[in-house]
Design a protein around this ligand. Structure first.
Ligand SMILES: C[S@@+](CC[C@H](N)C(=O)[O-])C[C@H]1O[C@@H](n2cnc3c(N)ncnc32)[C@H](O)[C@@H]1O
Length: 262
């Protein structure tokens, strides 16, 4: 009698154990993607914190150099306030994902002290019309217009960046600032006297297409590029590098090239 009871209990125990094992396996299968996602989020937050720490001196420089100018402070804060709860990096990533791009981590910005140095080295003045190819959220355009007094046109294909930048432009009635929503490979920029391109993530094919467009610019147009000169992508003698100088970006020091269209 006892023996039968024992074997029944053992059977039940085995059944419970199997059920518990199956439940644990099922749970861990469900939790696995969640843990992976949490890991990715922690990694991204870590990278953000590290970047923020590394860029801290830049923020201090911006406050000390440009924020004593009350009007620029208001323009810049109006722009930055629009991105407090959604970062431009996330907006760009989402746009690129929706458009089926492989590399969705392409967004970056020229720090204001960097554009200050670039504008001085390249002799940008109030007489210039600067076209920024891929203007992002437009901070560089606002800085150039405010501190150099030049006319600026930003071309950008992410609609939200253009919508917010146009809102700031209208709020402060900045007549010499224009933002165009579109692909710079299909937009006319013949009236430019200066072109600024921070296009370190562009594919070779895109740079070659751009060169084709730039080849139609009047001779003497200044073209500023980050990390590479245009002559690296064409055998034709279209451009002459006048200057190459190091500039600090968020990712480190990069070479900036000032070239003239021949
Ligand atoms: C590296 S970010 C630079 C942003 C800004 N120029 C700066 O220096 O702070 C490049 C920007 O170019 C935009 N972009 C890339 N290819 C483009 C294209 N073909 N037409 C319009 N915008 C483009 C991206 O959406 C992104 O905002």
């Amino acid at each position: 009698m006892h023996l039968r009871d024992d074997s029944q209990t053992m059977e039940q125990l085995r059944a419970y154990t199997e059920k518990a094992n199956a439940t644990i396996q099922d749970l861990s299968k469900r939790i696995e993607p969640l843990m992976k996602k949490l890991g990715e989020i922690a990694q991204l937050m870590g990278i953000r914190l590290l970047t923020a720490a590394r860029n801290f001196p830049d923020h201090v420089r911006v406050i000390a150099r440009y924020y004593p100018d009350w009007k620029f402070l208001r323009i810049d804060w109006s722009l930055l306030a629009a991105y407090v709860f959604r970062s431009p990096f996330t907006l760009s990533k989402r746009y690129l994902q929706q458009h089926g791009q492989q590399d969705v981590y392409q967004y970056g910005e020229t720090p204001l002290p960097a554009i200050d140095q670039i504008a001085t080295e390249c002799g940008i003045t109030a007489q210039d019309t600067v076209y920024e190819l891929g203007s992002g959220r437009g901070r560089v355009c606002f800085w150039l217009n405010h501190f150099k007094g030049c006319k600026v046109v930003g071309i950008e294909y992410i609609p939200e960046f253009v919508r917010v930048a146009n809102g700031v432009k209208n709020k402060y009635r900045l007549d010499k600032v224009t933002f165009i929503e579109g692909d710079f490979l299909k937009t006319d920029f013949k009236e430019a006297t200066v072109i600024y391109l921070y296009g370190t993530c562009l594919e070779d094919k895109q740079i070659e297409q751009l060169i084709e467009k730039l080849s139609k610019l009047p001779s003497g147009t200044k073209i500023i590029t980050v990390s590479y000169p245009l002559s690296d992508y064409t055998k034709k003698p279209l451009f002459e590098v006048m200057k190459r100088f190091p500039v600090n970006f968020t990712w480190g020091t990069g070479d900036v090239y000032l070239q003239y269209k021949k």
